[in-house]
Ligand binder design. Structure first.
Ligand code: SF4
Length: 380
């Protein structure tokens, strides 16, 4: 999705795992190129790890100790877990890895934004971002390698989708970003708004977020977690049924189906009405104010007519509208809107009674639009 400020479109329970298995196992290659058959610890929840401990003749409480080291004490190696018996640390290191991915690249912006390119064990690459803003320490995390939604202005979707990320790969992004903070600082907000469509990988996203919000995990309130979507009604309904009050951010980008289907091709099969209906059901179930995102593309969706149609769509709803002036993406033909069209768009929405925020871009020095870092490294 496309990068914005403290909510960043850049380009969202324990769903119990099967006992002793990791979801969507992805083969890992060691430095020598041979397959590493060890499990990604972050794919394992407390319960399954307890079973593993008991099978190894260990008390079940050791599982909690291990996860405490990983999520709260930021350990990345079992050797660091000095209150575990030495033999157990060795057994764990034979069976698991804490981090299964590697950092392929990383850039820091003077405004406090860090962006990481994470290489997965099968060679795929995703991006994630840490944003420091006052006391906030927000992260934006990817959910898929690439994206199938095909938004025409987004670098992440240019090559389609390769695969869903596992729960462990989503959590590893969070932990790698948390590790960039001073030891007395904690992550405060999570936005599932990186590469991919989170609702197209809902099981893994919810499973990772359960860890993020649990006291034994990262301890982040669900009210500080935002799940972004282009609007997949059936998945929005599933999210409602999960019963956790995450914030939902729907990327609208156009006020009518003709224009939206050009900008967000998946819209042809869905339509704005179905998305708004599903969003209304989410609001009714969770009581969380909805957020709509609108990337403002110069000369495309920034006309007075678009602003009036948008106001009319949202007027009777309890929503926040985030308008994000487009970040230029190399190789794409879209333009940043002019200052006068931004100002006019804003005026029409405010006069139309819409609760609207125009987001400043952060991290623009570091290719912060989603997918750009990944894309810039590829041969042209
Ligand atoms: S849904 Fe996919 S293609 Fe659309 S902006 Fe987000 S990451 Fe990019």
């Amino acid at each position: 999705m496309v990068w914005i400020n403290s909510f960043f479109l850049f380009g969202g329970l324990a769903l119990d795992l099967p006992v002793f298995s990791s979801p969507q196992p992805v083969p890992s290659l060691s430095a020598s190129g041979s397959a590493d058959s060890r499990q990604h610890l972050l794919d394992w929840d407390l319960q399954t790890l307890k079973h593993w401990m008991v099978e190894k003749g260990q008390p079940a409480f050791r599982a909690k100790q291990v996860l405490h080291w990983v999520y709260q004490r930021r350990a990345t190696e079992f050797a660091e877990m000095t209150d575990l018996p030495k033999q157990l640390r060795e057994d764990l290191a034979l069976a698991f890895v804490v981090y299964r991915c590697e950092q392929a690249d990383g850039v820091c912006s003077p405004d406090g934004t860090d962006k990481l390119l994470i290489r997965l064990s099968d060679g795929g690459e995703v991006e994630c971002v840490l944003l420091r803003d006052g006391s906030r320490r927000s992260i934006c995390v990817s959910s898929q390698v690439g994206c199938a939604m095909g938004c025409v202005f987004c670098a992440s979707g240019l090559d389609g989708v390769d695969r869903n990320l596992t729960r462990g790969e989503i959590l590893e992004q969070m932990l790698r970003l948390q590790a960039r903070l001073e030891s007395d600082q904690r992550l405060s907000h999570i936005v599932m708004m990186g590469m991919g469509e989170p609702l197209a990988n809902l099981d893994s996203v919810l499973s990772a977020l359960e860890v993020a919000r649990s006291a034994e995990g990262l301890g982040i309130s669900p009210r500080r977690v935002t799940i972004s979507t282009v609007g997949l009604p059936a998945a929005i309904d599933r999210l409602s049924q999960a019963g956790v009050p995450y914030n939902l951010a729907v990327s609208l980008h156009a006020p009518n189906d003709a224009l939206r289907s050009q900008l967000v091709p998946v819209n042809k099969k869905i339509g704005i009405d179905a998305i708004l209906d599903a969003s209304d059901r989410y609001f009714a179930a969770n009581g969380r104010r909805l957020t709509f995102e609108y990337v403002l593309l110069g000369g495309v969706n920034d006309s007075d007519e678009c602003a009036m149609q948008l106001a009319s769509l949202l007027r009777r709803r309890t929503v926040m509208l985030n308008v994000i002036p487009y970040n230029l993406v190399s190789g794409l033909p879209y333009k940043t809107p002019s200052a006068s069209s931004i100002s006019r768009f804003k005026e029409i929405l405010i006069n139309g009674g819409i609760n609207v925020m125009f987001r400043q871009r952060k991290g623009s020095e570091i290719d912060a639009a989603c997918g750009q870092l990944r894309r810039n490294r590829r041969p042209k």
